[in-house]
Design a protein around this ligand. Sequence first.
Ligand code: DGJ
Length: 741
Amino acid sequence: MAATNETRRKVFLGLLGSAAGMALGGGAGARAMVDQATRVFRLDGGGVTYAFGINAGGQVQSLYWGAALAASDSLPAAVPVEANSSNEMAPGLTPYEFAGFGGGLTTEPALKVRFPDGVRDLDLRYAGHQDKGDSLVLQLQDAKRAVRVALTYAMDEATGILARSAVVENRTGNWIQVDQMAAACLNLPYSDDYRLYFLSGRWAGEFMLQTRAITPGAFVLESRKGVTSHQINPWIAVSRAATGEESGPVWFGALGWSGNWRINVEMDAMGGVHATAGYNPFDFSYRLKQGESLASPVFHAGFSNEGFGGASRVFHRYQREKVLPHAPRPRLRPVLYNSWEATFFDVNEAGQVALAEKAASIGVERFVVDDGWFGARDSDKAGLGDWVVNLKKFPSGLGPLIKRVNGLGMQFGLWVEPEMVNPDSDLYRAHPDWVINFPGRQRSEARNQLVLNLARKDVCEHLLKVLDALLSSHNIEYLKWDHNRAWSEPGWPEVAPDDQQRLYVAYVDNLYKLLAGLRRRHPKLEIESCASGGGRVDLGIMKLTEQVWTSDNTDPYDRLVIQDGYSHAYAPAAMMAWVTDSPNFVNKRVTSLEYRFLSAMQGGLGIGANLNHRQDEDFAKARRLVEAYKQVRATIQLGNLYRLVSPGNGSPRSATLSVSHDRKQAVLFAFLHSSMLRSAQKTIQLRGLDASAVYSLRPIAGSAAAGTVAKASGAYWMGHGLKVALEGDFQAAAFVLEAVS
Ligand code: DGJ
C-alpha cells in the first residue's frame, strides 16, 4: 500500500503498537522506530537522527545522518538511485548501508565473497529485523544464495553515538571465502565542501592532526602492521569547510580494532561521499565453512553540530560511559611512577626500592617497574618471552620490592610484552614454531624480537598460564602491556593454506580474550595499552585497558601537540603522560620542571624522571604540584575538554580548559612555547562555564594572571577572559576556577 505523506506521518507518530509501524529498542534507551508503510527505520538519541530505508528492490539505503529531526518529521521512503549513464551505473552511486560486492558496484564494498564455483557476486537484500532491546538488528540475505548478514545498530541515548557492526554467516552448504568485510558503510548528506580530518604519525610522533578536502576518488587510511599503528589511527572526522572548533557540523567515528584495519573515504562519480570501515582487505581472506560466521569490529560513529570541540566532548563522554573498563564510571588514574627513562634495563631491587621511596615522598600512588626485571633481560637482545623474575637482579624475587612499595602506600605495577619473543630466550628455544612465520623463509627481526602467534590456542593458553601465575603469586595491581614491533612474514603454517589468513582476525580476537581472561581472574588488575608509545590506541583495546600510553616522546612541548591530536579522538580519562628529565631523552630539549608537570597533567599524571638526580627544591615543587593535581584530576580526567588554543601548526601558545560536569570547577592550562610575536600578552577567553555563576580564580602553578580580577561571573571569564603573564620560551601556568555561588 502506498501511503501518502499525511497517512505516513500519522502512522509514524502513532506507531506504538500500531499495525503499520512499531517502536524498537534501538540501543541503550535511544529511540528506534520503523515505519512499516514506508519501510523507513529511524534512530534518535543525543541530539542525532540516523535513518535508512528499504527500497523497492529490497536494498538498504541510507536516508539521513545529522542533527535531530523533529519527531513529527517523516522521511520519504528510499528510492532506488538512477544510473547517470551506462558508465555510472546505479550501484556505484547508491548510498548502501552495507554494500555487497556484486552487480555494478564500483565503490568500496563492505562485503566481498567468493564461492567455490568462482562466483563473486553478492546481492544483499532486506530479510527482516529484530528489536534486541539495546540494539536493532537488520537481517540481509543474498538474493540467490544463503549468505546471511546481520547488521547491528546500537545508538547511545546520551550521545547519539551509533555503534555499528556486522556478522556474515555461511548457510550455503559449502565453503565461502570472505575477501573483504567492513563494520559499516556511512554515507554523508550531499555537500561539495567536505573536509576529512585524520591522525597520522610515527614512533615518537603520534596523533598529528591532518586535513584535506574530500574530492573525487578515494582516500585510504589503514594499518598493515598487525597492530593499530602509529602511522594512522582508525579515527576520522568529516566537517564542512566553515566548521570550526566550536561551531559547525562534524561527522566522526572510530573503529574498535587493534589489528589491520582500513577506512576508505571516497567521493563517487556524482559527488556522494561514503566512508567504509572495517578489516583491512589487504592480504585478507577468511574461509567460512557451512554454518560458520565472521563478525566485524565495531565502528562507533557520531555527529555534532558544535564543531570539533563538541564532537570530541561527546565522543569522550561516550568512551567514559560506554567503552572504558568500569564504564559508566571509569576509575580515576592514580599518579604513577615508571622507572624506564631512569634506569632503562638496569633494574634491581636496591635501585627500585630507592626510587620507590623517593616516589612515595612526592605523592606517587602506583610504582611501576618497566622492562628488564625478567629472564636474561639486560638489553633488548634477550629474555623476551621468559616471564620469570631475574634472580640476579631480584635475589629474593619481586616479593620484597612489592612489600616495600605497598608499605610506602603505593600500588605495584609491572611491564610485560607477552606477544613477543627474543630468539635468544628459553621460550623460543623450546618453541621456535610459536612465532608468526613462513616456513623456510626469513624471520625478520625488529628490536631483536619476533611476534608470537596468538591465533594459536597453545600460545594463548601458555600466556594465560604464565601471566596468571605471575599475578596470582604477587600483589600486582597494574600491567603495562607493550607491543614493540610491526609484524612481518604473517604466516601461520600449522593450519591449511586456505585458513592461514584467518591470522589477522584470530590473533586480535585471542588478544582480547587473553586480556579479558586475566581481568576476570584478577578483578583488581588495571592495564595500560602501550605499543612503543601510541601504536595501539583504539576503541577495541580501550574496552579492556584503563589507560593508554600515547607516545614514547615525553618531551613536554611535543607531547602537547601529540595530546591535542589524541584529544580529537580519545578521552583524557585514559591518556597517560610522564614528567621526565630535562634535557629530554628523545630530542634533548631543555624545559622547566613546572612546564613539564603542566604538560603531563592533561590526563593521568605519571613521573618518569630519575629521582636520584633531583635536588631538594625539585622534590618540594614536585610534591606541591602532585598535590595540586590530585585536587583537580577528576575535572581533568572526567570533565569536558575545551581546546582553547591548539598547539598545532607551530602556534607559539596553547591552552586547554577542563570543566566539571556540574560546571562548579574548571581547570585552565596555558602554555607559551615561544616568545615570538609577544603572544604571551594575549587574553584567553574561557568556554563551557555557567555564565551566571560567580567563579573565583586561583593559580595552581606558574605566574598569576596579569591585571585580572580574582572573582567574576562565568560570563566575564568567557566574554572578557583573562590575561596570562607568560614570558620567554616554554613557559606555563595553570589555574583553577571554582564556583562560589
Ligand atoms: C616501549 C615503551 O613505550 C616504553 O615506555 C618502554 O616500556 C619500553 N618499550 C620498554 O622496552
